[in-house]
Design a protein around this ligand. Sequence first.
Ligand SMILES: Cc1cc2nc3c(=O)[nH]c(=O)nc-3n(C[C@H](O)[C@H](O)[C@H](O)COP(=O)(O)OP(=O)(O)OC[C@H]3O[C@@H](n4cnc5c(N)ncnc54)[C@H](O)[C@@H]3O)c2cc1C
Length: 425
Amino acid sequence: MNDASPDALVIGSGPSALAIATALCKEGVKVHGLSNKEPNEPWPYTYGIWGKEVDELGMEHLLEHRWRNTVSYFGEGSNQKNSQHNNATEHNIEYGLFNKIKLQEYWLNQCEEYNLVWHKGHAKDALVGDKHTTIKTREGFTLKARLVIDASGYDPVFIKNKSEGDIAIQTCYGVVGKFNSPPVESGQFVLMDYRCNHLSNKEREEPPTFLYAMDMGGGSYFLEETSLGLSPPVELETLRKRLSMRLKSRGLEITDLEHEELGIYLPMNMPLPNMNQGIFGFGGAASMVHPASGYMFGGLLRRAPGVAKIIADKMNNLEATPHEISKAAWNELWPAEMVRKQALYKFGLEKLMRFSEDQLRDFFKGFFTLPTEQWYGFLTNKLDVNELIKAMVKMFIIATWNVRWGLMIMKGREFNLLWNFLKRY
Ligand SMILES: Cc1cc2nc3c(=O)[nH]c(=O)nc-3n(C[C@H](O)[C@H](O)[C@H](O)COP(=O)(O)OP(=O)(O)OC[C@H]3O[C@@H](n4cnc5c(N)ncnc54)[C@H](O)[C@@H]3O)c2cc1C
């Protein structure tokens, strides 16, 4: 291979690309990046993470907001009429939002320090050979590397996976702005507000949605009407209408709209990638999003160094082929334990997708009464498979009867998803 060719070529310049590129550079791997955007083009979304996760990673200085007062609202139980009930479920764990410009700079500065070379173009075709992989771009130039890492997001350019049927899509409609009166308490973060008194009985039979909201300081608030994950997804117009009804029922009006988040689309239960392919994937492209929460940052940040180390070790063997290097990386990213947990999470999500609004409110109300290490471990993917099962069994025991009933009745592909887990266990 000529001197100009890197050991690894990372496709994309989103959070996953930068996380893995930086980790590889730190392992002494010579990395190039190929992105269809300028690597410093601002990312479109705002990224949240639990405070504890970011502290453990020593990245707390990259947060721009951090809330102590973190709550959810689930209204009263299903057998009560007043779902507007104001009792908050307190989470007692801090939550933060990354300063996305700072985070991007943090990674890009490290890439620069290690002389990572960026190429601008759309990756189009790949040929995996015995010594290197060749990428052709839409613009007509080619690049070669011993390992290509596809970090091009949820609709990856190269990574293939086995279809498992319909994908649950989380959709959201969000606004940042000033209001005639505060939509949440000062200094508060609301993970889920499932109260739904603003909806008619008929509307409450439609797919449930909740409010994700936070005080951004300086009189601004971020409010996002969200659907957990559904197939077909809840339409943007429905979310917009629901947010407007929610605000109206609380006497709230937007007086200054600073930003509108439109058309957000987040696949929650993507099939696992085919792990025999000679191109490796990372991030959204490698189905790393947590099926229960839609979050990925904690996983990205925790996993990148270990994966990079395996790749670097494997590359030390100059005879290792792209397929062999890729295989080692896939095995590190998706070991049997992670695959089992993913199967269980997907089964759980499928259950929740069928729940009525009453069942969902009762389910989450119960879920957040689990010991903190159980619900937090579940949401951050930090429990091992046995701990995960224990948390799920405990959830079943403490659940109300309408939730238990929903958990027991098996519909659609739930049998297959449960079998998928059991055969691996
Ligand atoms: C609205 C929304 C909110 C989210 N909020 C959170 C959150 O709060 N916390 C959390 O942990 N997770 C969150 N996620 C999940 C996840 O962390 C993000 O989706 C994250 O952006 C995924 O990063 P990625 O780098 O894998 O993909 P992307 O961010 O999609 O980046 C893909 C990159 O690949 C490039 N690219 C694509 N195709 C090509 C090509 N052919 N050639 C070259 N380059 C290409 C793109 O330009 C881009 O740079 C959220 C997701 C969404 C959609």
